[in-house]
Design a protein around this ligand. Sequence first.
Ligand SMILES: [Ca+2]
Ligand SMILES: [Ca+2]
Ligand SMILES: [Ca+2]
Length: 369
Amino acid sequence: MQRETHSVGTRVKVTGLMVGSATATGFFLLDAAGGRNGGVWVYLDGIPAPDLLEGDEVEVKGIYEEYTSGAGTLTEIKVSRPPDMSIGRRGVALPDPVVVEASVLADPGAGEPFEATLLQVRDVVVADANAGNGEWLIDDGVVVDDLFYAPAGLRDGLSLESLTGVLNYASGFKIEPRYTEDLVLGTSSRCNGTLCAEDLQPGDLVISEVMTNPAACDDNYCEWVEVYNASGQSVDLIGLTVRDASAREGLVDASVVIAARGYAVIGKSDAVSWAYPDMVPGAWYGGSVALVNDGQGTVAVVNPSTGAVVDQSAEWGGGTGNSSGVAWQLDPSRLDSSSNDEPGSWCDAQSVWGSTDRGSPGAANRPCP
Ligand SMILES: [Ca+2]
Ligand SMILES: [Ca+2]
Ligand SMILES: [Ca+2]
């Protein structure tokens, strides 16, 4: 492996464990002992990829080279004849990944000992979910690539408790996760309730209050929706779809656990743009959904997996539900997903709250007159 010193161009023999998947041009071999300098890329010089699985013990004979890619190089063993590869034991457990700070990988010199090893970075955030060519970025601009695996549902701001992969070099270091288990979501980005958004049935949530026309700040950064949990179990809203009367949609972007018979508030826009002076919602659903001030409006929460409407509000407009600075609230005696379909179950918020506006975000509503 790379901890041995070889001269470029010499013929070497290396034994290691295959990690990831074999590609048409080669595969990574890992030193069974793990650690730094414990991996190498095997380049298949015009010969077919062998039928390898992760954990296969492979012996290769080939030429040690430094393959130039951009400003740097990838250390490789160039194998030109199929007989120069042989498979030993199969299904051998891989060594534990080397834990490394993302900032180290952002530095070509400091990252070099981790090239071709199996490594893990912890407590990182997706900085750019789509950096082109199947790549995405985490902290410090570290690149993650899709040579083996392209995760679904990536988005900016997603937190990862850990990310494991092989460190490739192709015009810069790139972490190559191998499969879904290589991404462990952080607490704020995973479902922490007994029920998750994709488990919700119609009626499990009840939309109980909406701020369609805030006065304290701009509608784009101040509208909010209060949700009551009628399911009887704890519910996490993360991933829930929010939809307005014009079918514009957003997605609840972070974990918000509501206890049974509890309330939560979700807001328009995001944590950075949020402008309400008196209240911070549990999470945000982006900037697309609009709770209209003029004309008829509704808002619904939708199971993102089944597409089923978990609940929809009554329709506001025509002189009700859009008073400036006054939330529209459900009468507490009408707190279910059917009763809240009736505009007559709703009224202007009865509670004085905040610096200018009226409403009771996150708390039970007072009876309507
Ligand atoms: Ca509005
Ligand atoms: Ca309803
Ligand atoms: Ca309320």
